[in-house]
Design a protein around this ligand. Sequence first.
Ligand SMILES: Nc1ncnc2c1ncn2[C@@H]1O[C@H](COP(=O)(O)OP(=O)(O)O)[C@@H](O)[C@H]1O
Ligand SMILES: [Mg+2]
Length: 347
Amino acid sequence: MKIAIHHTDRPGFFSKRWIKYCEKNDVAFKIVNCYKSDIICQLKDCDGLMWHFAQGLPVDYMLATKLIATLETTGKKTFPNYNASWHFDDKVAQKYLLESIQAPSIKSWVSYSKKEAIKWVSSIHFPIVFKLKGGAGSANVKLVKDKNDANKLIRKAFGKGFRQFDRLNLFVYSLKRFSIGKAKIKDVIKEFFKIFVRSNYEKVAGKERGYVYFQEFLPNNTFDIRIVVIGNRAFGIKRMVRKNDFRASGSGSILYDKNEIDERCVKIAFEVVDKLKTNCLTFDFLFNTENQPMIAEISYGFVQEGYDDCTGYWDKSMNWIEGRFCAQDWMVEDLITEIQNENKLHD
Ligand SMILES: Nc1ncnc2c1ncn2[C@@H]1O[C@H](COP(=O)(O)OP(=O)(O)O)[C@@H](O)[C@H]1O
Ligand SMILES: [Mg+2]
C-alpha cells in the first residue's frame, strides 16, 4: 500500500504535516505533482492521492475536482473525496446540495436572469446578504440595505461582472488591520497593488457574472461557529465578527473554549456528513431569530493553524475527548483505513 501526496510549501497547507506523519509512522508514500500532464502515470503504483487544493490557484481551480473524480472512478481513494470537494468554493452549488438533503441552512436565492432578479428584489424585505459563489475571509460577502443597492449589484452581475475577489474591500480591511497593529505595511502595499493588477487566477477564472445570489440576513450574530468533521471526529472554533461589521470569517478573532461551541452545531454537522459521505467537511453556522443553528456555507478546506489551539474534539457519540490533536494526522490515518478496507474486499 502506498499513498501519493501533492506537496506545497505554502503556509497553511496540509501536505507538510502529512509527510511528517508518514515518515514518523513508516507509511509508504510518494511525492507527486498534480500539475504535470503525466499525473495518472505518477499515480500508477499508488492506492490513493492526498491533495490540499485551494482557492485562488488557477490549476487547482481547473483540475482538482476532475482529477479526484477520475481517480475515484478508477478505484483509488482520495483526500478530499469527491463528495467533499465538488462543491468547494461554490456557494450556489452548496445551496442546491443542502436544500436537497433538507439540512438546516440559511435561505438562499439564486437567479440566472436580470429581469427575474429585479422583480424578486422589489418583493422582499431588506437587508439581505449578497455573495459571490466563491471567495473566503468574507471578501465577497456584502450587506444589501435596500432595493437600490440590490439593483446595482444585479446590474453588475449581468453586466461587466465582479472580480473574483473584491480587492477594494480587502485593501480597506488591510488598512484597518494595520491601524490596530494586526497587519504589516508590506501587506497593505501588496493589497493596494492587487487593486490594479489581476492575478493569474483572475485571468484564468475570468469575471463572476451571469447569476446573482442572495441569502436571508440573520441579524445579531456577533460570531459564527465553524465546525470541522474529519471521519468520526469533530472540532470547532468560535469566530467573532469584525468591529462595526456583521462578518466573522477572516476576522482572526477566535475563541477555542469548548463551552463557546453550541453542541447542536456539532450534531447537525455529523448528521450532514452522514448523508453526504464526505471525509472532511467544515461548516459555518449562524443562528436564526429563533436561536436555531443554520448552515451558511460548507467547505472541505481550512487554514490549519487556525485550529491548532483547539483543546479537544467530539466523537460521533458526542463524547468530548480532551487534549490537543493533529487533524492532518487523522486525514492520513482515515485514508489508509479506507484503502485497507477496500483491499480486504478484494482479497
Ligand atoms: N446570511 C447571513 N446573515 C448574517 N451574517 C452572515 C450571513 N452569511 C454570512 N454572514 C457573515 O459573513 C461571514 C462570511 O460569510 P461566508 O458565507 O462564510 O463567506 P466566506 O466564504 O467569505 O467565509 C460569516 O462568517 C458570517 O459572520
Ligand atoms: Mg465562511
